[in-house]
Design a protein around this ligand. Sequence first.
Ligand code: GUN
Ligand code: FE
Length: 471
Amino acid sequence: YYGPVFNPETLTSYKALPSCLFSVGPSGNIDWIVDDVAEHMLQETLAQKGCIDVNVTTLKTGEFFVPGFIDTHTHASQFPNLGSGQQYELPDWLNHVTFPTESKFSDLDFARRTYESVVRRVIDGGTTTCCYYATLHLEATKILVDIVQANGKSQRAFVGKCNMNRESPDYYRECSVEASVTDTKQLITYIRSLHAATNSNSSYPLVQPILTPRFAISCTPELLTSLGELAVQDPALHIQTHISENKSEIAYTKTLFPQAPHYAGVYDSFGLLRSNTVLAHAVHLEAPEIELIAQRGAGISHCPTSNFNLSSGVAPIGVYLDRGIKVGLGTDVSGGFSPSILNCVQNASIASKIVAMQCQHKNNVEKPQFAGRQLSVATLFYLATLGGAQVCDMDKQVGSFAPGKSFDALLVNLRNDAGNPGIWSLESDADVRGTGVLDGLLERFLFCGDDRNISRVYVQGRFVGGKSFRA
Ligand code: GUN
Ligand code: FE
């Protein structure tokens, strides 16, 4: 491949490479990258790399590559609810909107139809790695796994079956700890056996299981004890849950777990807070909780669209970044009304500006690096890619472009032919070449782009989606 590339580096920097040449091997991993190759040096550089008679995909003016987006928190089972129920806050929203819809996944035809459409939309929206919650149903969750996996040719994902045995209606609740744990073990075995059975090129499984205690309120201490035991026996098993999203949720959690020092302490006391735990929301964490999460090395999924939409609050992401906590972005469909990480980036920016405007220490020169400031384009780009990969404990494998990493990527098209009237496109070489203008393209894409601008989506080197995949 030859063309412009944006590659995240740190929370505050990325590389904008106008003329990058790189090669992806048959395994789907990146073999090598040369940052800057002038057009007249292309053949010579290829020859030096031992590439003779190869087909080079060369990007057009107005096109570039970015790493695929990572959605660290979404509910595949809530897509039918997109755009409904925004009048509620979390507790009423769960009871009136969410639980009724999730209960329908006992119908496996409904599950298959819904999940097929969900996975297609998520891929085409540019998400190459996704942390999915399904429902409490084992069989329907296996269907989601099959669709994501598509014989090792589709998306990279974590798929979890919700554990929830209390505080939801009778029609949508697991009836016993044993049933919840048995079904969870079966799902884990099912997902891992799929990887063993496919001739996947990658030594990394494309789909992995993830333990999914829905949130503390929906799990009895007995269930959390059993899930904690499962986690101890299986240190590689990832864990996802919700934390400190809504003030009344937090207060109720404290009444259910009076012994715990705080919300994070509930998960910690059952062994569920560790370096491969993904904590969604984290809007109202107390200082000791932030410290505990940092010490355990758990990651936070920032879900700003949902936090606005359900009036949950504004998460102080800068504080977490200053403390060195891993942070990624989550769409949290359907608390969030968009399945797009681009939309999440935009709302993460606005959320950080609200925090910055409210910050009382505006002119304090000793202000920390991130707290109380708006997030820069570099930080937003990082959260959507490498930050998400860290939260998923997969930053050695995905999240940026480097030799040996998987080629999970988006070919972005900001030209007029993408058909997005929200982007003022630049199509002549004179307009686009030169690093300064290239930088501007990333910001335009992040703030004004949508799936019309995502021309091709690659996972593990395979072309799996995007606008030109649909055409
Ligand atoms: N807390 C428990 N369940 C849910 C859910 O489905 N969505 C959100 N946003 N928060 C939750
Ligand atoms: Fe959620």
